[in-house]
Design a binder for this molecule. Sequence first.
Ligand code: GLN
Length: 483
Amino acid sequence: MHHMTLAEIARGLADKKFSSVELTQTLLARIAQLDPQINSFISLTQDLALSQAKAADERRANGESAALLGAPIAHKDLFCTQGIRTSCGSKMLDNFKAPYDATVVAKLAAAGAVTLGKTNMDEFAMGSANESSWYGAVKNPWNLEHVPGGSSGGSAAAVAARLLPAATATDTGGSIRQPAAFTNLTGLKPTYGRVSRWGMIAYASSLDQGGPLARTAEDCAILLQGMAGFDPNDSTSIDEPVPDYSAGLNGSLQGLRIGVPKEYFSAGLDPRIAELIHNSIKELEKLGAVIKEISLPNMQHAIPAYYVIAPAEASSNLSRFDGVRFGYRCENPENLEDLYKRSRGEGFGSEVQRRIMVGAYALSAGYYDAYYLKAQKIRRLVKNDFMSAFNEVDIILGPTTPNPAWKLGAKSSDPVAAYLEDVYTITANLAGLPGLSMPAGFVDGLPVGVQLLAPYFQEGRLLNVAHQYQLNTDWHTRTPTGF
Ligand code: GLN
């Protein structure tokens, strides 16, 4: 039962082959048995899951049949869940039970999805390896000595290990697409504003976007359908109609213009990954796509700009964690200053502290123009590069990451080495564009992802291309040994 995709589960439930309660019990038992190996969950919500599954079975018995009705999922632990710990992977919020549901959580619950638990993540979503979680590192099911990627490493590892078919995640600079690439999944970062950020604990508000992680594009379409849409509670949510993503999966790729940026194939890219990317290009050409070389000349400036803007916004967002209103408070503070200093010093891990300091510095009087303002100007140039590229092509294709998943601990003492691994993903966040990563093969037994980017609100196009590719390839069907 655990090998089924969301689409297969929906059919099985509709045909009464099994109930949502049976499926939920099977997966909860599997999580209890296997998760100790990979550490992908921070909290399990067995009681909630069983009551949601029972309610979904009753709704199906009464004639309802929506795709997510009775489907088991999990939420990255930065989506607020009412009455349930929402830790953001941090000691700071270890004792925080959210007083309300995030819009994404509420929408998926209303659609009938069953929440099995909350998944592990890098602390406050800062990281690319899921090693900065206060709850310990997550292991990659493809090789337990390697990282699963981050920051949505818990959601990715859980889905890759077949503990559940799909999970929610968020992407500020690649945290859906990069773990998808490292664990052989399909992951979609929607257009900024497509999915509500209300109740999603903020890292960098102008970059953060929630989206689905699953094994197939077909399943990403189902989960995105349940997540997307206008939300008056989020002032950056955009009031655009949500298309039927599943209905759009079967469009022909005949004549689809795919742009391949020449800057993507530079020295930093593992040549074995480059070869797999070229294979995926050939596959899409067979399906009728036309390839065109393009240029994104400002790509080289994207990492420095991102690592000013994201920490700047984080330093502001995380100022609310002061040991007074909620979250961790140090023992026996001597005075107010001691309370602030020790609560934040003890509650935040080292990567979060580093980013708060970088961000506060970049925003400080005297440095604002030199760093923050300049980074914002680069952000506009990066966006303009994409706008001119999309005058000529329908999607942009390239690697998701320059290297496959590294060994646990390999980059922990060198944060900049980890930042450089984000080179292909962060530009989409700076520009607010939708991006998808899908399985493209293996290097040394570790999965490799190919990334597709599209113009604003063309999530459907990304899912269509990925689905057609997956109908003609079988990388996404491979299962890690032992799971
Ligand atoms: N690796 C990037 C960072 O650490 C992206 C993280 C994310 O997308 N949440 O900022």
